[in-house]
Design a protein around this ligand. Structure first.
Ligand code: FAD
Length: 472
């Protein structure tokens, strides 16, 4: 049987891509993983997704769900066998409906995050998930990785923003779970099982998302700090002084901002002299229900007190939306500057905020002792205890020399994360990148339950094999 012909019959000949047309789908965003697929199949509806899954189940073809392909753990990249089908959800991109009284919207999995934010805004509501890949990542990928981003501090991650799901199961059945209910205690929570499952349990085809009131005004401030301890002190002050109006608190090492300014000369660090050379910067966002002037005043009080107390060394409060955007642009350009500067070893770790300073100080020292001269590239969502703790080669290291030792770097950093009660994946997921590390750090009972859930929902192991869990 010619599988490609059968798949073409299900979705249309032009929606089954092979050869050069499939190449962009076979490599991940960071170009760390490259595989080979039998084909990329692009269904246009939930029924077509179900038909493709039924066909693949019966033919024993592995299925790899893919959205915008911006994931950072190789979760949407096939292996080299050429057996799997990449199931691209990009054509399922309709907003099915917005219910402003219920503050919910139903969207299909292939909707680009930015277009969902835009549709919510046009309806006078806020969909708060926000991350640097929002122009190309999809709601399905955000759900499958339980994405976080820059507003988690106030609104929670994707799990907290989702009320219902529509999912195609491994049997090719459709679970119609698009419920707009805040309360529904009718048994096991299947929604929460599929969110964060990274395409290993089912294909998410649509979701009911929670909406929030649109803030009247937003204000952004960039603070220059001399230590992480000072940043944590400032976080506590901002939380106490601003309450739920504090919608973002990002931490960035000074060398990250310097790298952005070097790679993208149109961007500049808005401090002069010694302040521009300080080791840490924090980006704060305040969402206000009155006015921009009111937002600025609130910032001025809290930041002014911190300046007086010597917690903050210098501060810029944006005077306009354009300035706010420029400050956010600095933060969002860090991963792009990192990519420009060559391959680094990334860790997306979760640390109790109270142990963050100790973690960074001790892990930096241990890394320098083991790999002298490496560069630390540290930034992240301090308000959520989430650091992107990345390691790049120093001037003395040849291209590829550090990457050749990446397993030793991972082992050192992950051990330190574990020692302070953290998690080796805060928001990017496991994919293939952290699959083999997982059993070392997770409770054995938890690992066994995860394998049992996988076997129950996907007994053939057809969905995204080799991701999240090792084969048993
Ligand atoms: P893909 O990369 O296509 O897939 C990711 C995983 O989800 C894969 O395992 C795939 O199999 C699965 N999947 C995709 N769609 C479906 C579906 N419909 N059903 C079932 N499984 C599916 N993440 C954060 O959490 N916070 C950040 O701040 C953040 N910033 C980022 C910045 C940049 C510049 C980049 C490139 C990435 C960033 N990410 C961040 C990573 C993040 O995981 C993704 O951007 C996004 O959530 C993935 O969406 P996607 O549509 O690209 O998914």
């Amino acid at each position: 049987m010619d599988h490609l012909v059968e798949l073409q019959a299900l979705v249309g000949a032009s929606q089954v891509l092979t050869g050069a047309d499939a190449e962009a789908f076979e490599v991940d965003w960071r170009e760390r993983y490259r595989g080979r697929a039998r084909a990329v199949v692009r269904p246009g509806s939930t029924d077509e997704v179900a038909a493709v899954v039924r066909y693949c189940a019966q033919a024993g073809i592995p299925v790899i769900p893919q959205g915008g392909n911006t994931g950072l753990c190789g979760g949407a990249t096939p292996d080299n066998s050429g057996q799997a089908v990449i199931l691209s959800l990009q054509r399922l991109n309709r907003v099915r409906g917005i219910d402003t009284e219920n503050d919910t919207m139903d969207v299909e999995a292939g909707c680009i995050l930015q277009s969902v934010q835009q549709a919510a805004r046009e309806a006078g509501r806020l969909f708060p998930l926000s991350l640097a890949a929002e122009g190309s990542c999809t709601i399905g990928g955000n759900l499958a990785t339980n994405a976080g981003g820059t507003q988690v501090l106030r609104y929670g991650n994707m799990r907290e923003l989702t009320l219902g799901l529509e999912v195609v199961t491994a049997q090719g059945e459709i679970w119609h779970g698009l419920r707009g209910l805040r309360k529904d205690n009718t048994g096991y929570d299947l929604r929460d099982l599929f969110i964060g499952s990274e395409g290993t349990l089912g294909v998410i085809t649509a979701a009911t998302l929670k909406l929030h009131p649109l803030p009247v005004a937003r204000c952004t401030a960039l603070l220059a700090l001399d230590s992480i301890a000072a940043a944590i002190d400032m976080l506590a002050r901002a939380r106490a002084g601003l309450g739920p109006a504090l919608t973002g608190f990002e931490l960035m090492a000074g060398n990250c901002l310097q790298e952005v300014a070097r790679c993208f000369p149109q961007q500049r660090i808005p401090f002069e002299g010694a302040s521009a050379q300080l080791p840490w910067f924090a980006l704060l966002e305040l969402s206000d229900s009155e006015s921009e002037a009111h937002a600025r005043e609130r910032f001025e009080v809290v930041i002014g007190e911190a300046l007086e107390a010597g917690v903050v060394q210098d501060a810029v409060i944006a005077e306009s939306m354009a300035q706010s955007h420029a400050l956010w642009h600095l933060r969002e350009s860090i991963p792009l500057a990192e990519k420009e500067s060559g391959k680094s070893i990334k860790h997306d770790v979760s640390i109790p905020v109270s142990r963050m300073a100790e973690f960074v100080e001790q892990t930096n020292a241990a890394l320098q002792a083991a790999f002298p001269g490496i560069r630390h590239v540290i930034f992240g969502h301090l308000g959520d205890g989430n650091l992107h703790y990345n390691v790049a080669r120093g001037a003395d290291w040849a291209e590829g020399q550090l990457l050749a030792r990446q397993d030793d770097v991972y082992a050192l950093v992950h051990a330190r994360v574990h020692a302070v009660g953290g998690s080796i994946s805060a928001e990017h997921g496991v994919g293939q990148l952290k699959r083999d590390a997982l059993p070392q750090f997770k409770d054995p009972v938890e690992m066994a339950l995860m394998h049992q859930i996988k076997a129950a929902l996907d007994p053939q192991g057809m969905f995204n094999p080799g991701k999240v869990l090792q084969a048993q």
